[in-house]
Design a protein around this ligand. Structure first.
Ligand code: C5P
Length: 235
């Protein structure tokens, strides 16, 4: 069943913990990204995980293999359910991240965080890809990077809903697909470009939907999360 990970995209500990408390039971987990992590650091992450919900630590590591391995060693003690790196960092970097997660979690006696790879950001379209020198279509580039991530032993990828079917064909049914760029009908798209509505993305086979502003910026975030869950209930 598809669940929602809600990004706590705020620099404020108070706001983040309020969202997490209010949304507990309505979403599958929380996502912490660059905005909150850079303001509140590991202590802020702990404050959220202490509330007992699975965490997707979305720091999108992208550096030389040794540095990424060190970053993964540093965050694994926070016991995220998932963490991520950029697939464009290449096979040596992805393998180093996975190995660091394996070794650190084993030495701590905790479950290994799932290591997933960002393929092509959902704020990118074909012309954005072209502007950074990639002539492939978003779908071909996503499938290429997803296959690379799978070959490196990673647990899944972050992709847009438009690429789910193609990745399932290439990477099989057990590969985790985490899907941002989700917009209920009529919601503001903002900076996202490759978007889809929750029921369609769930039907396509997403494991986790990342849904932020349509929930956190709603007048009533809990009602917004409930409505999205209801829209996926009959699938
Ligand atoms: O729903 P909303 O657009 O607000 O959610 C966007 C969240 O998903 C942000 O936290 C962003 O960092 C994250 N994200 C994304 N595209 C990716 C990976 C993560 O939008 N490819």
């Amino acid at each position: 069943m598809t669940d929602i990970y809600c990004p706590l995209d705020t620099p404020s500990l108070e706001t983040a913990t309020k969202w997490a408390a209010d949304l507990a039971g309505h979403v599958g987990g929380m996502k912490i990204g660059l905005e909150f992590f850079n303001a509140q650091g590991p202590q802020g992450v702990k404050a959220v995980t202490d509330m007992g919900m699975p965490l997707f630590l979305d720091l999108k590591f992208f550096d030389i293999p040794n540095t990424v391995a060190g970053a993964v060693r540093s965050v694994t003690p926070l016991a995220p359910y998932m963490l991520n790196v950029h697939a464009s960092g290449g096979p040596a970097m992805m393998k180093a991240a996975l190995e660091a997660a394996e070794q650190t979690s084993a030495s701590l006696g905790i479950e290994r965080p799932k290591v997933i790879a960002v393929t092509v950001l959902t704020s990118f379209d074909e012309s954005d890809l072209e502007s950074v020198g990639v002539s492939a279509s978003p779908r071909d580039q996503v499938v290429r990077l997803a296959s690379l991530a799978r070959d490196c032993g990673l647990d899944g990828v972050v992709c847009s809903a438009h690429e789910i079917a193609a990745i399932r064909d290439a990477c099989g049914p057990d590969f985790k697909l985490v899907v941002p760029g989700i917009r209920p009908a009529g919601a503001d798209v903002a900076d996202q470009k490759r978007v889809m509505a929750p029921p369609e993305a769930a039907k396509a086979g997403a494991n986790h939907l990342v849904i932020g502003r349509p929930i956190t910026q709603a007048a009533d975030p809990v009602a917004a999360a409930r409505a999205i869950n209801a829209s996926m209930a009959d699938l």
